[in-house]
Design a protein around this ligand. Structure first.
Ligand SMILES: Nc1nc2c(ncn2[C@@H]2O[C@H](COP(=O)(O)OP(=O)(O)O)[C@@H](O)[C@H]2O)c(=O)[nH]1
Length: 496
């Protein structure tokens, strides 16, 4: 002890040197870590934005997406920042007053202005895609559809965003972009993992899209969409059935039951006690059923409920045509479909309906699911109305919609009681809605590269951790070297 004290006393700069080196070392480490963390945070807080309007048959939705600015054209995750549901019906319902289709979008576009920083407005791309509602309107009245598009375009151009066009999506695009959305959000594309199929049920059309090892696009090439994403090649099977969305399918079912022009029908897909007067003109006012319109005996018919699941299934089966198939295998209506493969995500109305019916758990045996739906359909209308406080128009249709979903899947697409559990009913994946809009924007902004981008070997967090640990290690080694040199320092004053 006394020798040490003597050494310190004889070596006047011994303590100050230690203190100074320690202080400098600590300052260096703190500075290094602070710079790394601040640098990281500043970059991550800068976002870019994109807006997509989904002009569907039943309504229009606006989605705002955001992604970290520095991860443009890279693997950076694009996520949904905001969703706004446009009040009123879909744009295809404004044929008599097209300007109102444009006006209907204004409040959601104003919300978009509030949700995106002002300085980013001019560089925020704005897209509108219209689906089956407008596809039907175009078939029915092409000039009316043009007028609606013009009105919508006028409104969109009046906002400070970078307007990129309003257009009608083809059925294949709707199916393929829904598939891209699901697999992008599930992080399957960057890693080349086995993909998830996509089942989308809208109001006017329904899409099925999946990759099958037994499909390379040579049989029925119209159903093939090929992609190269992140260095992996995909040949996707996709088909969109126009008129088989749940609202048009209900018209097909009603048309089937009223083809002889009766004044009343007992519909097994509606609850016992249900009783509504319907106009023939309204039921048949769609290109999906207009050619089946009976010679009218009366303007209206009484729509009574029968509440019978099995009979409802029979009615629904009759809207599918299973008789002709010119391919090796078909789903229905003579449309080719390869064997089902892998997991499937079922979204949009698949989710709304099955969620309402408490039937989203597909690990429950299909037999039990059918029994529960059968019990629900057999529940009297007065009791259903007492138990649920939602608009009666929607409430009345869940027995039909649930039965339609199961029949479409089992009879139409050929799922079995064994493969039913490969379906997951989904609404959102990591806070972004499942649907075609995200895939559409990713494609149009070139956000998914064909080749795998050169990514740094470490994630940013690992990089910061490694640099910090190495800095501390170097500092400790530096101190140890210094200590090993101390005897030399200590002897010098002694010599003096
Ligand atoms: N129960 C319920 N049904 C919905 C909801 N949103 C839409 N639907 C219905 O689900 C169907 C499909 O809706 P959507 O996917 O928006 O189809 P689109 O309008 O054709 O694009 C339509 O029949 C809608 O009326 C919802 O939040 N709840």
């Amino acid at each position: 002890m006394s020798t040490q004290r003597e050494m310190k006393e004889r070596n006047p700069w011994h303590r100050p040197v230690t203190i100074i080196i320690t202080v400098i070392g600590v300052i260096a480490i703190v500075t290094l870590v602070t710079v790394l963390v601040i640098q990281n945070r500043t970059i991550a807080q800068k976002y870019k934005y994109g807006i997509v309007l989904d002009a569907g048959s039943s309504h229009t939705s606006l989605y705002i997406y955001q992604w970290p600015a520095e991860k443009d054209n890279n693997t950076g995750r694009v996520e949904q920042k905001h969703h706004c549901q446009v009040a009123g019906k879909g744009i295809s319902s404004y044929t008599a007053t097209p300007y109102k289709a444009g006006e209907s979008l204004i409040s959601c576009l104003k919300e978009a202005k509030e949700n995106i920083p002002q300085k980013m407005h001019p560089e925020t791309p704005l897209y509108l895609g219209a689906t089956a509602g407008m596809r039907l309107l175009k078939l029915e009245n092409s000039s009316a559809s043009d007028e609606v598009f013009k009105a919508v375009e006028k409104t969109l151009r009046g906002f400070p965003f970078s307007y990129q066009g309003a257009r009608l999506l083809a059925g294949q695009e709707e199916g393929a972009f829904g598939w891209v959305t699901v697999n992008y959000l599930d992080d399957r594309l960057t890693q080349g993992l086995e993909t998830t199929g996509a089942l989308d049920l809208g109001g006017a059309s329904t899409q099925i899209s999946f990759v099958s090892d037994e499909y390379n696009g040579s049989e029925s090439p119209d159903n093939a969409v090929s992609f190269r994403l992140y260095g992996y090649d995909y040949t996707l099977y996709t088909h969109s059935f126009l008129c088989y969305g749940k609202d048009q399918a209900l018209r097909l079912a009603l048309a089937h039951q009223t083809k002889s022009g009766p004044t009343a029908i007992t519909d097994p897909c509606f609850h016992n006690g249900y009783n509504e007067t319907r106009h023939y003109a309204a039921v048949y006012d769609s290109p999906c059923v207009s050619d089946q319109k009976p010679q009218i005996v009366s303007e209206t018919f009484i729509h009574l409920g029968g509440g019978n699941f099995t009979q409802c299934q029979e009615v629904i089966k009759s809207i599918f045509n299973f008789t002709s198939c010119r391919y090796s295998r078909c789903s229905f209506n003579g449309i080719f479909q390869p064997p089902l493969q892998g997991q499937f995500g079922a979204f949009s109305a698949y989710f709304f309906v099955m969620n309402f019916l408490n039937l989203t758990d597909t690990s429950v045996p299909l037999k039990t699911v059918m029994q529960k739906l059968s019990d629900y359909c057999a529940t009297p209308w007065t009791q259903i109305k007492k138990e649920h406080d939602i608009p009666l128009k929607y409430l009345a249709e869940y027995c039909f919609s649930g039965t339609y979903i199961l029949t479409l899947m089992m009879e139409g697409y050929n799922f079995t009681s064994e493969t039913y559990s490969s379906i997951k009913y989904i609404q959102k994946i990591k806070n972004s809605d499942a649907g075609w809009t995200l895939g559409y924007m990713l494609n149009l902004t070139n956000m998914i590269p064909a080749e795998a981008p050169d990514s740094p070997p470490l994630t940013y967090t690992s990089y910061v951790s490694v640099v910090t640990v190495m800095a501390i290690l170097l500092f400790v080694i530096f101190i140890l070297i210094l200590y090993s040199l101390w005897p030399k320092f200590n002897t010098e004053p002694k010599i003096i």
